[in-house]
Design a protein around this ligand. Structure first.
Ligand code: PLP
Length: 407
C-alpha cells in the first residue's frame, strides 16, 4: 500500500527570518496514490438513525475572494446527530458493527451479557462524548479516559451523557494506553478512534463511519454541478484524514481527485514529524486550544493513506486557529478551534506562498478557479477553549456578510 513517493519538506523562509511562516510538507505524487477498495454501508446506516440529516455545505464568497480561489464551502459539522462534532459518525457505526459481529458469533447467553457490556475509550472530548451518547442509546455503560488539557465543558458533557470519566495525568497517548489496559482488565469493549498493530478492526469501522461526510460533500457539490478541487481536513491521529484520503483516492474516480491538505496544531505536529521521517513518529505534545487535534502519534492504519495520498500538511498555531474561528463565527458558523483549523491552515499556506503559482498552493489545488471545501469539524459548544483566555493578538476581522448559500 505504500506509495513510492519522493515527498519534500519546504519552508517559505528560514524559521529565523520569518517565524510565522509555516513549514509545509508536500507530496507531489499524492494524486496518483490509489486507496484500497472501500466498503460502504455507513451512509445507509446513518440515514436510518433518528435525527439524521446531511450537515450543511455553506458557501462563503468573501473567503474565496480573500484566499484567491474560485469558491469556498465549509462542511459544517457544528451539529451532527444532536452533538456538536462529527465524531458520532464513527462511534455509532463502529459500535453497531462491533455488536453485530458479537451477536453473530456468540450464543444467546453470551449475547445477553454483551447487551450490557461496558464501552471504554480515551478521548480529547468529542469521541468520548459520541461514544457515551451511543452507549446510552443502546444500553451500554461507557468509561472515557481524558488526557490533560480537555476543556471542563467537554468533560462535563461526557458525564452528562451518563458515562464515567477517568482523568489521566498524561497526554493523549497515555490516555489511550490506560483505556486499552482497562479493556483488557475488565473485558469492556475498547472503541478507540486510533489503530496500532493488533488493534485495527474497530478503528477501521470508525473511519468507515466518517466516510459518510465525504459522500455528503460529493452529493451536495454534484447537485450544484460542482466537484471539489481541494479538501482541507484537520488532523489529530489522522483517522478522519484517512477517511477523506481513501474516499478521494479510490480507484475508479478518474480525474476527480482533489488536492488534500492536512492541518494540525504546531503543539502536536506528529503528522509533519512522521511525514518528514518517512515513518510513524511520536512527538511530545504541548497544550493547544485544538484539543481534538492534540495527538502526538498518527494511527498506524491511517499511515499508508497519510503518507501516500495527502498532498500537503501544515501546522497552525492557536492564535491562527482563534482568528479563523472568529472569522467563521462572524459568517454565521459557530465553530470551535478544531473546526477553524482548516481555514487557518489554508490561509497560512496562502500567506506564505511566494506567488499564486507557488508549489504549495499548486500541490493542494488552490488556484483561482478552484472549488475548496474546508471541514469544520466541531462547534464552539464542543470546545469553547480560547474563548475564556483569549491571548490572541490578531484583531477581529470585519463582520462578514451572512453566507449566501447552503447546498
Ligand atoms: C473536532 C475534531 N476535529 C478533528 C479531529 C481529528 O480527527 P483524527 O484524530 O481522526 O485525526 C478530532 C479528533 O478527535 C476532533 O475532535
Amino acid at each position: 500500500m505504500t506509495a513510492a513517493t519522493t515527498p519534500a519538506t519546504t519552508s517559505a523562509t528560514t524559521p529565523e527570518s520569518a517565524p510565522h511562516h509555516p513549514e509545509v510538507f508536500i507530496n507531489p505524487r499524492a494524486r496518483a496514490w490509489q486507496a484500497p477498495e472501500g466498503h460502504d454501508g455507513a451512509l445507509h446506516f446513518h440515514r436510518s438513525l433518528r435525527g439524521y440529516a446531511p450537515t450543511p455545505l455553506t458557501e462563503l464568497p468573501h473567503l474565496a475572494a480573500e484566499l484567491g480561489v474560485g469558491r469556498v464551502f465549509v462542511k459544517d459539522e457544528t451539529e451532527r446527530l444532536g452533538l456538536p462534532a462529527f465524531k458520532v459518525l464513527g462511534a455509532s457505526w463502529a459500535v453497531h458493527r462491533a455488536l453485530q459481529t458479537h451477536s453473530a458469533a456468540e450464543t444467546e447467553a453470551v449475547e445477553a451479557q454483551a447487551a450490557g457490556r461496558a464501552l471504554v475509550t480515551a478521548s480529547d472530548g468529542n469521541h468520548g462524548r459520541a461514544l457515551a451518547r451511543t452507549g446510552r442509546l443502546l444500553g451500554h455503560p461507557a468509561r472515557v479516559y481524558l488526557p490533560r488539557g480537555v476543556h471542563p465543558v467537554a468533560a462535563a458533557a461526557i458525564t452528562d451523557e451518563g458515562a464515567d470519566v477517568v482523568e489521566v495525568d498524561g497526554d493523549c497517548d497515555e490516555a489511550v494506553a490506560q483505556a486499552a489496559q482497562d479493556a483488557q482488565r475488565t473485558g469492556a469493549l475498547l472503541v478507540q478512534d486510533t489503530a496500532w498493530p493488533g488493534y485495527e478492526q474497530i478503528p477501521a469501522w470508525i473511519v468507515g463511519g466518517y466516510a459518510t461526510l465525504t459522500r455528503e460533500i460529493d452529493d451536495a457539490l454534484a447537485a450544484a454541478g460542482l466537484r471539489a478541487d481541494l479538501v482541507a481536513v484537520p488532523v489529530g491521529v489522522g483517522s478522519l484524514a484517512q477517511a477523506v484520503i481513501e474516499h478521494y483516492r479510490r480507484p475508479g474516480r478518474g480525474d476527480d481527485r482533489p488536492g488534500l491538505l492536512g492541518v494540525e496544531p504546531t503543539a502536536a505536529a506528529g503528522l509533519l514529524a512522521s511525514l518528514r521521517a518517512g515513518e510513524i513518529r511520536s512527538v511530545a505534545t504541548g497544550t493547544t486550544t485544538m484539543a481534538g487535534l492534540n495527538c502526538g502519534t498518527p494511527s498506524s492504519a491511517a499511515w499508508p493513506a497519510l503518507r501516500g495520498g495527502l498532498d500537503a500538511a501544515v501546522a497552525v498555531t492557536d492564535a491562527q486557529a482563534g482568528a479563523a474561528a472568529r472569522e467563521l463565527r462572524a459568517a454565521g458558523i459557530d465553530v470551535g478551534p478544531c473546526g477553524a483549523a482548516t481555514l487557518a491552515g489554508l490561509r497560512s499556506l496562502r500567506a506564505a506562498a511566494s506567488s499564486p503559482a507557488d508549489s504549495a498552493l499548486a500541490a493542494v489545488g488552490a488556484g483561482p478557479d478552484s472549488v475548496v471545501v474546508l471541514l469544520a469539524t466541531e462547534g464552539r459548544a464542543a470546545n469553547p477553549a480560547g474563548d475564556d483566555t483569549d491571548s490572541d493578538p490578531t484583531p477581529e476581522p470585519d463582520p462578514s456578510p451572512a453566507p449566501d448559500a447552503q447546498i
